[in-house]
Structures are given as C-alpha cells and as structure tokens.
Ligand binder design. Structure first.
Ligand SMILES: [Fe+2]
Length: 207
C-alpha cells in the first residue's frame, strides 16, 4: 500500500557561511536527508502495520517502537529545515530593527536579554536544540530547550528561530568544549528577515 504523504528533502543554498564550513554543511545536509528518508520509511511501515484496520496484537510492541522512532525522525526533519531556513550567506549579525527585534523587546524587555537567554539555552549540556517559539494566542515569544528532537517542543506554538547544538553541527569546525564559538558564528549567519517572517501578527508582538 502506498502512502499519500511522502517527504522530499529540501535544498538550502548556504555555501560560504561565516564560521560554519561548507564541509560541515555538506555533512549536515546528508544527516538531514537521512531524517527525511527515515520519516518516509517509518511512515510506510506504520501504514503497512495498520493495514487499514485493527492492529494485530502481536505487532503492538513493534508498532509502539516504530511510532516512537517516527517522532524522533519527523521532528529531526522539521527542525533541520527550520534551522537551515533561518541562516543565510552574508549575514549581518544582530538585527538593528525589524519585527523580531520588536517582539524580543516586548517579550523580554530588550533584545539583549532575549539573546542572553537564547544563547545560554544553547550552551546547556546535553544533545538538542535552542528554540524561540511564539505563542499564537498573544504574540509573545519564549525560549526553550529541545532534548534530542522531540522533547520540549511546545504544542501549538510557532517555531521562530531554531539553532542546532548537536555536536555534528560544529564538530568539524570547533572542539566540543567550544560550542559557544559555534553559537557566535551561528548568530552572524541568521537570516533575520526569514525569522521575522515566521512571526504572526497575533497580539501586539510582531505587529
Ligand atoms: Fe543537526
């Protein structure tokens, strides 16, 4: 049985970033493509197991494990697309204006406080992501730690800025203990127009 929903890996024109090498990007794109492939694979296996009816009792344990892995792969796919999608060549560093800076000022008091919170989230020990989300009900933004890919995402909130801090994101360019240098490089490559474009007009922030 074929599935109606299959995903195709997207491409991102990011060669020449500041402080994140093309070699790192090439490896990272390959990893991302693996998440897309595995999402499709597990999606199909789940569909095959269900088979349009009741799940066979002997398959419940296998189904549960595949569904758990599906969450890991699916979130890994989506987070990487958001991450690559919020970087650009010839980035200009911290924003001097725009909707995101305004939202940060409204929700945190200042852009600098938002940034300190985000950067320190990214420095947390462990494997995961730093994420700024927007509450669509009032426009407020908040920063969150995502463990692996699937734990810590806020249901219903909109991802605004996503930063990969798994070691594979920087290990070719920086030592494991130098994650702060990678975070600094990441900030110099942020596409603030893309980030601002993800904000909704809900509430007053982002308006
Ligand atoms: Fe990654």
């Amino acid at each position: 049985m074929g599935l109606k929903t299959t995903y195709t890996a997207k491409t991102f024109d990011l060669s020449g970033l500041n402080g994140i090498s093309d070699e790192t990007l090439a490896m990272h794109f390959k990893l991302y493509e693996g998440y897309v492939t595995n999402t499709n694979t597990y999606n199909q296996r789940i569909a095959d197991m269900i088979g349009g009816g009741e799940l066979d009792a002997t398959k419940v344990a296998a189904f549960s494990e595949i569904k758990r892995r599906f969450g890991f792969e699916y979130n890994g796919m989506v987070l990487h697309e958001l991450y690559f999608g919020n970087m650009m060549k010839d980035g200009t560093g911290d924003p001097t204006g725009g909707a995101f800076k305004a939202a940060a000022e409204e929700s945190f008091g200042s852009y600098e406080i938002w940034k300190a919170d985000f950067v320190n989230t990214g420095k947390m020990r462990g494997v995961g992501w730093a994420a700024t989300y927007q509450d669509p009900s009032n426009g407020q933004i908040s920063n969150h730690w995502i463990n692996l890919h699937e734990t810590g995402n806020v249901a219903g909130y909109t991802p605004i800025l996503i930063m990969d801090v798994w070691e594979h994101a920087f290990i070719k360019d920086y030592a494991p203990a130098d994650r702060p240098k990678y975070i600094e490089a990441f900030f110099s490559n942020i596409d603030w127009d893309a980030v601002s474009g993800r904000l909704s007009k809900a509430g007053s922030a982002g308006a």
